[in-house]
Design a protein around this ligand. Structure first.
Ligand code: MGP
Length: 203
């Protein structure tokens, strides 16, 4: 497990001068590579398939790069309405069609205020890159969505049918986010068939 939060405050590059004065600083490598993605569906081209505006933005494998990307770009407060940021394991695309996601599903947390969304997003990012979940390999990635009705964060996992694993991940995520409201888990297969598919698990 990589300690992300402990040294975070001091490692956050707030000024470019910090980077210039420490040219030989070794990167603190993460256990795994991750990629940030971006999707803006605000002005969909007519007839365009879902995913046509989805773009992989950056792949990184160090804590320094994570903070740089997070600080300068990947904060929900920078997202326009109808847009998403994703953090997924490198090599996994944030799509139902990706082999890692095809049999999976997602836990969803709804946020009614922007500050809460910002905090929950950062806590989740740090938990993922720091491999804080016991079943880390089960996790494909996380998506934050800014919507007019309600903002949300969804944690995508691999094996939806494995209830015990999903429940354990759901409980751990709530602990990380320090929330008590119920959260629910839906299968991608159900979402493919029906837009407002019923959730299967709740914790
Ligand atoms: P959504 O974005 O998961 O639901 O899917 P949401 O967030 O409730 O809707 P939004 O309008 O607020 O964004 C919305 C629709 O996008 C689905 O019903 C699908 O038509 C399409 N869609 C979403 N995802 C994640 C996928 C995907 O991975 N693959 C494909 N083919 N379509 C998707």
């Amino acid at each position: 497990m990589v300690e992300v939060s402990g040294g975070a405050a001091t490692e956050q590059p707030s000024e470019t001068t910090e980077i210039q004065t420490q040219p030989q600083q070794q990167p603190n490598l993460l256990d795994n590579k991750w990629a940030f993605w971006f999707d803006n569906q605000a002005k969909p081209k007519s007839g365009a398939a879902w995913g046509s505006s989805l773009r992989k933005a950056f792949t990184f494998d160090s804590i320094q790069d994570f903070w740089c990307l997070y600080d300068h770009v990947f904060k929900p407060s920078r997202l326009p309405e109808k847009a998403d940021f994703h953090l997924f394991r490198a090599g996994v695309e944030p799509k139902w069609e990706d082999p890692a996601c095809a049999s999976g599903g997602k836990w969803t947390v709804i946020s009614s205020n922007k500050d809460g969304l910002e905090t929950m997003w950062l806590e989740t990012l740090m938990a993922l890159i720091g491999e804080q979940f016991e079943e880390a390999e089960e996790i494909c990635g996380v998506v934050v969505s800014v919507r007019q009705r309600q903002d949300k964060i969804a944690l995508w996992t691999r094996n939806a049918a494995n209830e015990a694993v999903q429940m354990s991940i759901g409980r751990k995520w709530k602990e990380i986010l320090d929330i008590t409201d119920k959260i629910s888990y839906s299968f991608h297969d159900d979402s493919k068939r029906e837009r407002s598919a019923k959730s299967r698990y709740a914790v």
